[in-house]
Structures are given as structure tokens and as C-alpha cells.
Design a binder for this molecule. Sequence first.
Ligand code: BMA
Length: 749
Amino acid sequence: MKQQLLQEAWLLRRLTDGREYSAAVPTSVLTVLRDHKVIPDPYYKDNEDLVRPVLYEDFAYTCTFTVEPEILACDQVLLRFEGLDTVADLSLNGQFLGHADNMHRVWEFSAKALLLTDEPNKLEIILHSAFRCADAAFAACPTRGTEDAWNGFSHIRKAHYMYGWDWGAHLPDSGLFRPVSLVGIEAARIDSVYVRQNHSRDQVGLQIEPLFHTSSAWPQEHTYDDLDAAYEFTAEVTDPQGTVVAQSKSLAPITVQAPQLWWPNGLGSQPLYTITCRLLLNGREIDRWSRRIGLRTLTMRIEKDEWGESFAHEINGHTVFAMGADYIPEEHLLPDKREAKTRRLLEDCVLANYNSIRVWGGGYYPDDFFFDLCDELGLIVWQDFMFACSVYELTPAFEANITAEFIDNIKRIRHHASLGLWCGNNEMESFVKEGEWVSKPSEVRDYLFMYERILPQVLAKYDPDTFYWPASPSSGGSFDEPQSPDRGDVHYWEVWHGNKPFSEYRKYRFRYLSEFGFQALPSFKTIEEGISADPADHNLFSYIMEKHQRNGSAHGKIMNYLQQTYRYPHSFREMIYASQLLQADGIRYGVEHFRRNRGRCMGAVYWQLNDCWPVTSWSSIDYYGRWKALHYAAKRFFAPLLLSCEEQNWMTAGVDFNRQHFEFEKSIRLNVTNETLEAKTVTVRWTLRGPDAVVLRQEETVVTVPALSALWLDKVLLAEASMLDQYVSYELWEDNSCVSMGTVLFTHA
Ligand code: BMA
């Protein structure tokens, strides 16, 4: 296959005034107009409102190009769009080429017959206003979804958050966010390759299942058997050190001896093998497919047990406690995406001891480099399909559209070592069960068709080896208690949305918590740089700060929680800092509890890792990559070896308003969690201190904690004292270094 990128020499034409602006792929309406200084930075202050009218206009992208001779010589030439966002009509040299309406798909159009050979070609793409498309679709069919997003968003196969979310602006930009190219097929090409692994004692069998396109029958999928004898298919496997370790011809099985296994972060290393497949015609290579894979088994272990049913990632036969956060798109304006920024973000996950990450279903399917980085860094990816907080109208056209989207993305992503599971959607099983946004019975039926019939069928064909889970949260589907604390995963929002105190976390021992969170402000530098440098705006309840807060009255909510815990901050900067400490402390309180209950609970994935613009949100890293206090706390509470303390201060008897006869049971119960593959012998030291840190009592004990387990130490009763008079600090020592530490107060009853 030959490829010619059409990256440069683009023009964006504003149809209202005919003006043209130079552009290069990746490109979008808002970034081009911003870069040409036609509009201001859409994020700053309340510029979002200023620039929004632009998004009611249609725009045209044009590209003038000459075709490289070797492409022209091919039997079939396609125009390929890897990220066409979203509703578009395309023409080539004045002739209609096609219509597109899904940014999640790869669009290819046959162009051979329309190409000019001796003069420049002109490609034109009319991008229809995403707002107007949603408005029209909603007028025709008022399907409902989250009120944070623009009405009609669920009809458009465009990342939902672009239409607004409770951490996102209303900026449904449009453009070309991934490469555009001309593709020449010489007789045939490799469409995709499915690599299946069969692990046995000290060897891994690889079964290679390619699909092909021929130039004459494109876009029909062909298996190797469909090709005639002039074709040959070979595969070669290179180990992480670069040595070819196995080769095969004509789909003969491949065996890798003494495999170097891939592990998530914290359990081992991430060796990656390279598999290279070649398609030859009469002995000459005409196409090549090469990817990196990790040798591992990775699924979910679901087994009945004394509490209900387990739900845990199982990697190479071991169940691991998932530690991570939910990932949302990193940019509102997609051409601003940078691989280096994603790398830094994911490296920051590893610095904070994550072993997993959930790609939330209201964004878009991440770029290849995202999954490559997760492979390299050892982050197990929970991958949602792109449906969130809405019901959908499953017309035949919508079904065909999403089915093509599933196939494209499954083929693109399935080989990655880090792919832990596919998940049907975000939160819709629970919402549909409650009747939320449901306006007619067919929406309930369509829910079941989409996530419990169509998706499983597509996956059975294209990726039967990766675990599929119908929704997040779910207990396995069919509206069977999707939020059960005893089965499957849970989104727990009583803390924050339900205004309950952090101490509520201790009431639950969920099997796998895939969302829970608490907001904090981004750092002052981020506010100055991205929200407003004007001191007049530097007040939590200023108009501008409230514009950068998308969850109804949530700045007030932060203050409400804050006054339960801290004294009143003196200044805006102190307020920012206090909000971050509060967020860090609340989530730490939850995660430590869930890790202490390891075995029953097997995941604490907090909402949310990152932001897509400068905003107050649940993130632990802000839009500019600055860590909030929570991210520093995560490094501690996700440490492979964690010492934590369940402190108690129960009022047992003698209630008297003069406080004379109160009786408390004051106690600590320490716990060591070992999320590694080795047993650990460690020293636990705890100290009871007075308010000036003076040591009142100190004890030390050596314990051996088996691999992948949590060990409770005996409860220690402490003599009663006023809750403000004493606190306990504790440390965990391994080989003369302190690997975990903390303190508890006794102010929570
Ligand atoms: C969850 C998510 C998001 C949302 C977040 C915070 O429900 O799935 O839709 O942004 O909570 O409210």
C-alpha cells in the first residue's frame, strides 16, 4: 500500500464572507480562526460566549494537491480521513465524493476515477455546523441526555463532551483532527491483523488472523483463503531486545519460547515484542503491517464468593487491585493535542503509582500513541465505547454507522498489551433503569440492542479475546442491579453530588469502584494563565471563575465541605490551596479504606485524571499539567506498599451536654497492603503524640505481608482524651527506608 499525506496546503473558507485562511492538518475551525487572530482564545475569561456564534456557521476546507506517480499507478486510490469531525460533504474536482457523519470512524472514499493526472486536484470538504446538526436532529427526534450538553448531542457521532459537560465548555468545534491521505492499493492490502495468544507452560502460541482488501472488490473484507495463489503472507516476531524469535508463512502458527511477560506497573516490566506481517504478490512485498504486542493474559475474574461476585483484573493468572483515575479528552480543540503532553500526563500516572486508567465514554477513542504509551508504561486500559449519559435512537442508519465505528476502533486498538476490557457505555444501564432521560419504551429496547446484542456480536467477530462489560457501572447487564455494591463496578457519588461526608466511604466495600470524586480548584498559575489574569476576577464567586465551573453551584459545595474540615481561608490563594488539600484528603480517606479491604474490593479508580480546558473540576492534574495536591496524595495512597489506619472515636455512653461524662472508645487499627508479587517483611511503627508532636507512646512490630494481599494488625485501644489533644502518626519501614506514612486525628466520629 502506498500513502501520500495531505497535510499542508489547506485553506479554511468562511462561507459567510468568503475569506480564506491557511491551515494544516490537524486543523479545526476554532484553532485556525484563533491562530489568524480572527477570534480570541476561546478559553480565556468568558470568550467561549464570544466565539460560540462562529460554530453556527458552515465552513469549507479545500486542499490543492498533485498525486504522486506511484499512487496514480495503483489499481485503487482512496482518499482516507482518520479523523473527520463530523458532518461533512466532500467533493473532488467539483464531483461529489461522499458524505460523512461520524468522527469516530475512518472514512475512505474511492477517488481513482475522479483524480486528475496532469493538473492539480482540488478536494473540498464542507463542514456543517455541529450546533445546527444537533438542533435539527433534536427537532426531528427529541432524544434526551445530560442537561450539561447541548440538546440533540446524542444523535451526532461526535465526542459528546464537545457539546458541553459538567467540566467542559460548549464548544463543538469541527475540523480534521487526524491525518488525511491518499492511499494507493496495488492489487491488495492488509486491512487488519488479529493476533491471538495461547499461553502454556513457558511458551506462547500466536495465531495470526489477517483480513485483506483487494483493489477490485474494496471495501469488502477478504480472508487469506480468498486470495489466489500468487499472494503470500508472512509474519515475523522480534523480541524486546530486537532479535527475530519466530517466523511463519501462510498463517502457520507461531510459537514464542520462554516468553517475557508483560505486566502492569508495579507488578513487573513491560517487554514489548514486535510483530511484522508482509503481503507479497509474486514474491514482491506490496504491503506491511507492524505493531508492538505484549505477551500476557488479561481478563476479568468474576466468581461467586461470600460477598456476592468478584470483579477484578486478572493479569497472567493474578488478580490485581486497580489503582488509577478516569481519563477524559485532553483538549477541547483537538488540533491542540500533543503526543508529548499525553506522554507527560501518563508518565505522571506512573509517578503516582497507577496501574490502570479508564477511558470514559463521553470523549473519543484515543490516538494510537495513547495506547502505545499505556503499553510502555504498564497502565491497564478500561476502554468505554463512546456513549455517555444519554439514550439513543437506534435507527437502521444509526446502527450501521455505530457498527462501522465499532469495527474501525476494535481493529485499531485490540492488539495493545494494555487493553484490559471493552465497556459498552458510561452510566446508561443505571440511568435507563431509573427512567432517566427515557421518553419512550423503544429507548429501553434500543439500550439492550446496542450494548447487549450489537456490541457483543461485533466483538465476537473482531475481538473475542478481550473481556466485554456492558456498561459502567454494571453488574453484568440486563438492568440487574447495575449499582450493586456486591457485584461488578460502581460509580459512587453520594460524596460530592449527594453532599454526604467523606466518612460515608467507610460504609461500603464495593467490588470495584470505577468513579468517585471531589472537586478542587486548579493552581493559581493556571487560573492566571488560562482563566483570567485580572485580580478583579480572583474570587471564587466572580462571574469569570463561575464560568470556569460547570457543575451547578459547585464552588459553594466546595465551601460547604471546607467549612466542615478547615478554618476559613483568608485569601483566594489560600482558598485554592485549601480546596486542593480537601480534595486530596477526601479521596485518600476513601482509597485507603478500599485498599484495606483488598480481596473484597479490587479497584479504586477516581474521577478524574485530567482537564480539557482551564476549569475547576474533579481532576488531579489541571489543563496545563500542574499537579493538584490530590496527585501528590495519589502517589502515596497508590504506593505498592501502603500502611494506613482505620481510626475510631466512638461515643459509647454517658452523653451529657456539659461534656462531663462522655465515654469514648478510641482506637486504631493499622493495615498493610502489599500490591506486589512478593511477600514483604516490613516494620510498622506507630506513635501517639500530643498536640505539640511530643511522643506519648510508641510501638513497633515486624510483619510479613503475603504477595497481593492486605494484612490487618490488631486493634489498639487508646486511653480517652479530648479529640484535639492527641493524634497518631505511623510509618512503614522496608530495608531501612520509610515507604509509607501518615497521621490520623480523632475528630471523625
Ligand atoms: C460521572 C461521569 C461524568 C461526570 C462525572 C462528574 O457521572 O461519568 O459524566 O462528568 O460523573 O459529575
